[in-house]
Ligand binder design. Structure first.
Ligand SMILES: *Cc1c(COP(=O)(O)O)cnc(C)c1O
Length: 492
């Protein structure tokens, strides 16, 4: 199976090459040349499988070169989860939550980043690559920690993470600063997530830096969702949720279902779009944003415009204006027009906006429903939902529940809201929302949330305060390349 760049369809590589490379040399994103299908029979077969079996079946469609090893890779990756990696929780008829935060770092990024190191190491083996891989990550908070945990002490790899200084939650920062492992490095950068992401992307397309790193024995790759290896494990949980709905007698196979997804870089919701293209009966995709509602506006008006204020919200993992993966969707709805996609991305870079055609907008509106929540509305959702159901949502999941409500207002079809983080990870905002006082220390706050909700507090969060803070540095935006080069030089 081949992969092509969204900016040049004649640039073809294998799945293994796409994963090892991370991003195409022309700055485009790799997408499958043709979308594999999951037949009705195959979909039914998923019902009797456990999660690692389901995941390896779906992923195997995209990475045939790793087929023989995939099941054991998935078993190892998902054994790091606390129980079922993707449990479906019924709240009431036609309203379900898909909890994706039972992994080692308590956010949905673990669904892909526990597995990516295996996919990467396996891909290097297939390609006979002996160089070291330097994983560069720009994070709005959760990807960084999940990548660090995934790649920690993995043979032949190193992982460097940049996060926006002051732009992540206290616990997210503590999680990253205290990271263990001999092959990791973390730094804050002066700027927001978009600055971090742009700086990292620039390194990927800078031949001078790549050559220098190569001279130290390093090849660059990415653990952000621009890497196909990050996206493909995410497709699996949509099929898994559907299989659980059927096996639980909630729907009949073939019935359509909607999904509501809290969206930032557009990776999670894009995985659902791909699942739909592969044959999953999806009625509608609800794209839920916070006040950084570039996407809500795009779905309303057809104009993608990032020239606006950047808000720091209580759902920081969605504080993003330039959603990288939207490029993959643009490529698809333009009829896979690589020239047009490349032009639009140039326009975005030069002018901060582009416009989609009326035909494209009408196609988008048939597939997507978009809505957004302010912080005030998000806190209200957390409080109301807790009062009505006893279930405590984190702010990201609450944004998606609120958008799901807005959509269900229209139509009575089953809707699954994707829950992306444990409420403990954003404990301050959650306690504020439910109207209890917020203790000053993060650890005291965790204990308070445990008391209020009777949810078990994960040990890995409780112990954070006692761990050494290894990485407390901050660099300017222009300093990122030096950090990366110096890291490689020291280890060469
Ligand atoms: C990353 C993240 C999101 C956004 O997911 P994208 O794939 O970037 O759209 C939402 N919620 C949480 C908790 C996250 O960590």
């Amino acid at each position: 199976m081949n992969y092509i760049s969204t900016r040049n369809a004649s640039l073809k590589v294998s799945g293994a090459e796409a994963i090892v490379g991370g991003i195409a040399p022309d700055g485009g994103l790799y997408v499958p040349e043709t979308m594999p299908e999951v037949t009705e029979k195959e979909r039914e077969a998923l019902i009797d499988m456990d999660y690692p079996e389901r995941a390896s079946f779906i992923i195997g469609k995209f990475l045939p070169e790793l087929k023989d090893e995939l099941l054991s890779m998935c078993e190892k990756a998902y054994s790091r989860f606390d129980g079922d990696p993707a449990p479906l929780v019924k709240i009431e008829d036609n309203f379900y939550l898909l909890e994706l935060w039972h992994g080692p770092t308590h956010a949905f990024k673990d669904m892909a980043l526990t597995l990516l190191p295996y996919l990467l190491t396996g891909s290097k083996r297939v390609l006979g690559r002996m160089d070291r891989t330097l994983i560069l990550v720009a994070t709005s908070g959760d990807t960084g920690k999940a990548a660090l945990e995934g790649f920690k002490d993995v043979e032949g790899t190193d992982c460097i993470v940049f996060y926006p200084s002051g732009g992540v939650s206290e616990l997210q920062q503590l999680q990253m600063q205290t990271q263990k492992g001999g092959n990791v490095f973390v730094s804050a950068i002066e700027g927001n997530f978009d600055d971090a992401q742009t700086a990292v992307k620039n390194i990927f397309t800078d031949d001078g830096i790549r050559d220098k790193l190569a001279s130290f024995g390093y090849n660059l790759s990415s653990a952000n969702s621009i890497n196909w290896g990050r996206l493909v494990p995410q497709i699996a949980y949509y099929f898994s949720a559907y299989a659980d709905l059927v096996s639980g007698g909630e729907i009949e196979d073939g019935d359509k279902v909607a999904f509501s997804v809290p969206t930032g870089n557009f990776g999670n919701i894009l995985a659902c779009y791909y699942a739909m293209k592969m044959g999953l009966p999806v009625e509608r995709l609800v794209c839920a944003s916070n006040s950084n509602n570039v996407l809500t506006d795009l779905f309303d008006t057809g104009i993608y415009d990032v020239r606006r204020e950047f808000y720091k919200t209580i759902s920081p993992s969605m504080d993003i204006l330039v959603s990288s993966n939207f490029e993959r969707l643009l490529f698809e709805i333009s009829g896979r027009d690589d020239k047009l996609t490349a032009r639009r991305m140039e326009e975005l870079k030069a002018n901060g906006k582009y416009v989609v055609s009326d035909r494209e907008l009408s196609e988008l509106s048939q597939i997507f429903f978009a809505d957004y929540s302010s912080d005030e509305a998000t806190k209200e959702t957390i409080a109301d939902f807790f009062e009505d159901t006893g279930y405590i949502l984190d702010p990201h999941s609450a944004v998606a529940v609120s958008a799901a409500d807005a959509y269900v207002g229209d139509e009575e079809i089953p809707i699954v809201t994707v829950c992306t983080a444990s409420p403990f990870k954003f404990v301050g905002s959650v306690l504020e929302a439910i109207g209890t006082g917020v203790p000053k220390s993060a650890i005291k706050a965790l204990e308070k949330l445990e008391d209020e909700t009777a949810l078990p507090l994960p040990d890995s969060l409780k112990e954070l305060e006692t761990l050494e803070r290894r990485f407390t540095g901050v660099v300017g935006k222009d300093g990122i390349a030096d950090v990366v080069i110096n890291y490689a030089k020291e280890r060469a």
